[in-house]
Design a binder for this molecule. Structure first.
Ligand SMILES: *Cc1c(COP(=O)(O)O)cnc(C)c1O
Length: 433
């Protein structure tokens, strides 16, 4: 019934998360509450770090895509597990810097970085800046020159593989706001331009083909396309690009019927493709970067809410209203993302209905899910929504001036707050009259 291995039911019939009683956590910290299991996060980090060691002889770096869930504690965990960090804004970079995350393990992404962001990336000395377009390339060359530095960069390439949906498509990828297209010759021209720039050091090509991907084929195809571009650059320009960033996007289990990709299988297959293609194309095996985000943190997260009103509309639907909603989890409102849930204090009882879980915002679309299988809900129950560790806290808002919930991290049977609950004072902190 549960989508993660750390979820269970205790003798009181309560849901447990990492061995801790979810009902107790809700009463200790209040609701809504984000709960995250540090043991699970660390296990996931180890799978990627271990795979780089095993399948690429350690010649690579697994970067945690911090946009999935970014805070000081998470940066520290990623660091301790030997991961690098992918940041996409000055704010994420600042968070990493605030815990002294080593710059030589940070990669800076983004399709429209400001001059201020590029400057701080250069000042901090991040490992690689991922350049998205020619405007940015020129700006970076100019800024690096002014600072007497040489910027180590990657190019974001559109490989022409788009796997944002279950059926991946091999065309239409030109229409993306991210990166340089291969088909139009844009990528090749940009590479030529970068090579000639005095303050730019082009080291790596990057691609990221989508998110929540379950099949291996699109990753396989993207790797082949990227390696053939590296080969073309070597043959035609005599320039060797010695690094390849294959991005993130590994799917996770939100519903019990989801079959998540096995990392080991992915790594073994793609490493096989990389090695055989390099031999065929007569290029050196590049240093590999990976950028998992969701697959590091999503399944470790559970959000706990208190049920308020239960509104039964005969022959239509039942609304179960909770004390949070789109402000702490906007993903159903944004993309109709599916979640599974249960009543934490009735976790030993079977699902008996299918309900609509509604948030408390002034917005009809403020839902966590529709037709969600669940035990019969009553006011005062604790509702647990699973696999909320990625793109929930990081996408949260203060709409309706609702304070953000705290994040409690569980580790080895203990719990601690890693992000405090926002107060009403926090909400008006920047208001002036
Ligand atoms: C979002 C993103 C990732 C992480 O994607 P997940 O689906 O969370 O693994 C990695 N790289 C880039 C460039 C991204 O935009």
């Amino acid at each position: 019934m549960f989508v993660a291995d750390n979820l269970n039911v205790n003798s009181e019939g309560h849901l447990t998360i990492g061995g801790l009683d979810a009902v107790d956590l809700a009463s200790q910290y209040g609701t809504p509450l984000y709960v995250m299991d540090e043991n699970l996060i660390r296990d996931n980090c180890r799978k990627y770090v271990g795979s780089i060691r095993k399948f690429y002889n350690g010649n690579g770096l697994a970067l945690y895509a911090s946009k999935a869930f970014c805070c000081k504690a998470m940066c520290k965990i990623a660091f301790e597990e030997g991961m690098g960090l992918d940041v996409v804004s000055g704010g994420e970079l600042f968070t990493a810097m605030s815990v002294d995350f080593p710059a030589e393990r940070i990669v800076f992404h983004g399709n429209n970085k400001t001059r201020a962001e590029l400057t701080s990336a250069l000042e901090y000395g991040v490992h690689r800046i991922v350049v998205d377009n020619l405007t940015e390339l020129n700006t970076l060359n100019e800024l690096a020159g002014q600072m007497g530095k040489k910027a180590d960069i990657m190019f974001r390439i559109k490989p022409g593989v788009d796997a944002h949906t279950h059926d991946f498509v091999k065309t239409g990828q030109i229409d993306s706001k991210f990166g340089f297209a291969i088909e139009t010759g844009e990528a090749f021209e940009a590479i030529k331009a970068a090579i000639s720039m005095p303050n730019i050091n082009l080291r790596c090509l990057h691609c990221h083909i989508g998110s929540q991907i379950f099949e291996l084929d699109p990753f396989d195809l993207a790797a082949r396309i990227m390696l053939s571009l590296i080969s073309k650059v070597k043959l035609e320009l005599g320039y060797e690009i010695k690094e390849l960033n294959l991005g993130g996007g590994f799917g996770i289990k939100y519903l019990s019927e989801d079959r998540a990709i096995e990392y080991e299988k992915y790594m073994e297959t793609i490493a096989g493709v990389v090695h055989s293609e390099c031999e065929r194309l007569d290029i050196a095996v590049p240093r590999i970067f990976l950028e998992p985000g969701r697959s590091i943190v999503a399944s470790s997260g559970v959000t706990l809410y208190t049920v308020g009103a239960v509104k039964v509309i005969p022959n239509i639907r039942t609304y179960v209203s909770i004390d949070g909603g789109m402000t702490d989890n906007p993903r159903y409102a944004l993309y109709k993302s599916q979640y599974s849930a249960c009543i934490a204090n009735k976790a030993d009882q079977p699902f008996s209905e299918a309900v609509t879980v509604a948030g408390k915002c002034c917005e009809s679309g403020d839902l966590i899910g529709e037709g969600m299988p669940m035990q019969k809900a009553d006011p005062g129950d604790i509702l647990a929504v699973f696999a909320t560790g990625a793109y929930n806290y990081s996408m949260s808002s203060n709409y309706n001036r609702i304070p953000r919930p705290p994040v409690v991290m569980l580790k080895d049977g203990q719990s601690r707050i890693v992000i405090k609950r926002e107060s009403y004072e926090d909400i008006i902190r920047n208001d002036l009259i």
